[in-house]
Design a protein around this ligand. Sequence first.
Ligand code: NAD
Length: 372
Amino acid sequence: MKVVVAAETRDHERRVALVPDLVARLTSAGLDVAVESGAGLGALHPDEAYKAAGATIASGDVLAGADVVLSVQPLTPDRIARLRTGAVTVSLLPVSQELDVVQAARDAGVTAFSLELVPRISRAQSMDALTSQALVAGYRAVLVAAEKLPRFFPLSMTAAGTIPPAEVLVLGAGVAGLQAVATARRLGARVQAYDVRAASADEVRSLGARFVELDLPSLEGAGGYAREMTEERAQLQRDLLAPYVSASDVLITTAAVPGRTAPLLVQRPAIEAMKPGSIVVDLAAESGGNVEGSVPGEELQVGGALLWGARNVPSQLPVHASRLFAANVVNLVLLMTVDGKVTPDFADEIVDGAAVTHDGVVRHQNVRDALG
Ligand code: NAD
């Protein structure tokens, strides 16, 4: 069976869905790997590296002969239309934002898998691209802040005097937030973090940071994920967080609620009250923003603070983001590979959960409803 690694066509995407190091895991399972010429360049993998690893390099209409297509961003509808009926695609596919892609996959009889829909169960951890990419984003968020902050992160005791550590506040202590906490700690900052999930308090403390306790009832929902809160409670949360925000040199926000717009956690007056030169990194900017006024891909001055709106942050560290992403993809493909053939078994809850379309049908009722 022919597995094609597609070159990314969307703006600002430097990752690639398979790295040379992992080609052998697919070929040794009996799959042929073809890489669209130049697909790895954004992540610094030239065609020759894939060739040396056992892949072929394809150019021209590479998708027409593909049995399985791997990509980071979903293929565009016109590229999906070129696939043969029964072909499989594996990529990120945020279905509610990409309904035209879902429709194109359904109409082309393509079996499309969304890595966002891989269930978050222990057995699927090695396929969990949300986690691997959030790790990259959390790390990068701190480096952006450290680079832009006009002061030190660590405590520095010098003959010329003592410089206190930077005060970093992280809002949302999930995968990205905890990685941000760990990275800021490693750089020597004094770190505080907050999340609505009670379990995150111990995780934050175990990283040497202080957990911010707010006088708010817990919002933990099923499976340990956060639930959306009422507007009244959300405003109370913002009001209680505001003094912590204004006392920080760096604010990093990562809060999300699966399938929803990101919660607004910080309003403009709290940012305006920060010290001149403070840095705000809103990792949730693309999904609505945790910080009022943040714009994906833009740096805005708000009072004396700089507000950095995230846009495809994992792609800004394409080498390791691709390495981790590729491992997630390979693990999912191998889960479905039997005797050198990718044959999805929908009795497996991972396969069942991640498959968006199959045999001309959209498999999730909520997505069918959204398509009308
Ligand atoms: P996420 O990206 O959906 O959200 C990020 C964080 O924002 C979460 O911790 C959430 O509680 C928090 N948040 C939401 N609303 C908030 C608000 N109003 N104020 C403050 N914080 C708010 O979540 P994630 O980082 O992908 O994962 C969250 C948790 O899920 C992890 O910490 C982990 O416990 C669990 N998880 C489990 C697995 C697995 O079992 N395979 C994999 C990944 C994550």
